[in-house]
Write a protein that binds this ligand. Structure first.
Ligand code: BES
Ligand code: ZN
Ligand code: ZN
Length: 497
């Protein structure tokens, strides 16, 4: 996809030459000045007249009418130099690549240095561009009838730069973007096409591609290991449950292992505590946590950090039948704790309870769970910010710093002693899975804490952020692939305490 051109002259053929343009970067210098001269000063006139827009994320196209080898100039407006953030620059590249996709060009050339600012160096520009291209042009392979016209795709992006090191940055950005797209596709697949069995097959393919060790537990294995919480959720289903485990060894010794645990509910009807007609639609996305973990494992497979990781995905659907689990049932989780089921729709925390225990069993010394866990987190934080809970502030701060770089905001919710009492208020069992609607995002996280015990742990509730109803600069509506980049970058940068 990417080639670096050390030299560039205007006579070189290209469909489009892409140039970043800031507010008030006149008089033109360098490439812009040369181009301006080739057009007898008219480029500057176009900027003055507002035909070339310099505002953030504005794209202006100028046809060169044969005056240069480039057939067109694509100007990417960047606003004021001092105000440009990495996130806005990434979005500007997103808008650009959407435009390029609409034109169906096979190749474009980018003057990379025209995007550099005092705070964003060339290598960073390359990384953002590499990430924005796959993110912004992602499309879910839909099932609609297609017109019989071949689709032309962008095959080559040439970058003008003297710095050969940007190749690595481009590739890293691209890897993060591509893996996010893989997670989006998993989220977008309907539950008749993505069962727990399919999810396990996908994970095994990933493991084979990157040489991860893997283990897929079947129902009988779960019975032997006493995974009563995951089994209860699966009880009403004809689809077999799977406990998916992938191991990435980045060090000689199996130490400092980070456990990534993703909720893999392929469809959530709510069970006997059934969801409403409106609330049930979209519940194919209830495996967004699993998708984030698998996306992160794809980045980890590509970037090969010096860090051990075990990924654990408890997977099943949550459906109703004569055999389904019921409110009032008392079940026993793998760690021996008993749970009174007050609400079969609070199934994610049950599946994760056994997932967290199993990650510890596989040596996890740090735990991060990711789950579309509660409607409550959407009420609390909306759809832009992921809700987080933790028992270890230093560990959590590492994730917060990373999330600022990836542009995936997280916000911490508290756990108090009284919250702990509420999840332990069952008269018949150690825990109850639904202590009422007040602060129920917090209740869910507090329930999970009981399975983590003293292991440093972060809980990420992505119910609001795993999907989007609107198109954005870097994604269409549907699965967002949220947390793929944050989890994988955290693994890459992690410092054991
Ligand atoms: N999968 C849902 C949470 C969810 C809601 C995800 C909306 C995405 C969008 C979860 O299993 C659930 O049903 N949670 C209940 C918990 C309640 C019964 C305590 C909820 O949030 O209402
Ligand atoms: Zn539910
Ligand atoms: Zn659910």
């Amino acid at each position: 996809m990417f080639t670096v051109l050390e030299e560039y002259d205007f006579q070189k053929d290209t469909e489009a030459l892409v140039i970043g343009i800031f507010h008030q970067n006149q008089p033109f210098k360098g490439l812009l000045e040369e181009l301006n001269q080739a057009f007898d000063g008219h480029l500057m006139n176009l900027v003055k007249a507002g035909d070339i827009e310099v505002g953030e994320k504005k794209i202006s196209i100028v046809h060169t009418l044969g005056k240069t080898g480039a057939k067109r100039l694509f100007f990417v407006g960047l606003g004021r130099q001092k105000e440009l953030t990495e996130e806005t620059l990434k979005e500007a590249f997103g808008v650009l690549f959407k435009k390029v996709k609409a034109t169906q060009f096979k190749e474009v050339t980018v003057a990379l240095h025209t995007f550099v600012t005092d705070s964003i160096e060339e290598a960073k520009v390359a990384r953002l561009l590499g990430e924005a291209q796959p993110l912004s042009t992602y499309e879910f392979e839909h099932y609609k009838k297609r017109p019989n016209v071949p689709d032309k795709q962008l095959e080559s992006i040439k970058l003008i730069s003297k710095n050969q090191e940007i190749k690595k940055e481009l590739h890293t950005g691209y890897t993060y973007g591509k893996a996010t797209n893989s997670a989006r596709t998993l989220v977008n697949l309907p539950s008749n096409m993505l069962t727990a069995t399919h999810l396990a097959q996908y994970a095994v393919e990933l493991a084979r591609k990157y040489g991860f060790e893997y283990e897929i537990l079947e129902k009988a294995d779960m019975e032997t290991l006493g995974m009563g919480a995951l089994l209860a959720v699966n009880q009403g289903s004809v689809e077999p449950p799977k406990m998916i485990v992938l191991k990435y060894k980045g060090k000689e010794e199996w130490e400092d292992v980070i456990g990534l645990v993703g909720k893999g509910i392929t469809f959530d009807t709510g069970g006997y505590s059934i969801k409403s007609k409106a609330g049930i639609v979209g519940m194919k996305t209830d495996m967004g946590g699993a998708a984030a973990v698998l996306g992160a494992m794809e980045v980890i497979g590509e970037t090969k950090p010096k860090q051990n990781v075990v990924a654990v995905i408890p997977s099943t659907d949550n459906v109703i039948s004569a055999t389904a689990f019921k409110p009032d049932d008392v079940i026993t989780a793998m760690n021996g704790k008993t749970i009174e089921v007050l609400n079969t729709d609070a199934e994610g925390r049950l599946a994760l309870a056994d997932g967290l225990t199993y990650a510890k069993y596989h040596g996890a010394r740090y735990l991060i769970d990711v789950a579309t866990l509660t409607g409550g987190v959407i009420v609390a934080l909306g759809t832009e910010t992921t809700g987080a809970m933790t028992n270890d502030q230093a560990f959590f701060q590492q994730l917060v710093q990373i999330s600022k770089m990836t542009g995936e905001p997280v916000w911490q919710l508290p756990i108090t002693e009284r919250d702990r009492k509420r999840v332990q208020n069952s008269k018949v069992a150690d825990l109850n899975n639904s202590p009422g609607r007040e602060g129920h995002a917090i209740m869910a996280g507090t329930f999970l804490e009981a399975f983590v015990e003293n292991t440093p742990w972060i809980h990420l509730d992505i119910a609001g952020t795993a999907t989007s109803t609107t198109e954005r600069a870097l994604s269409p509506a549907g699965g967002t692939g949220v947390m793929v980049r944050t989890l994988s970058m955290l693994v890459n940068e992690f410092k054991p305490e």
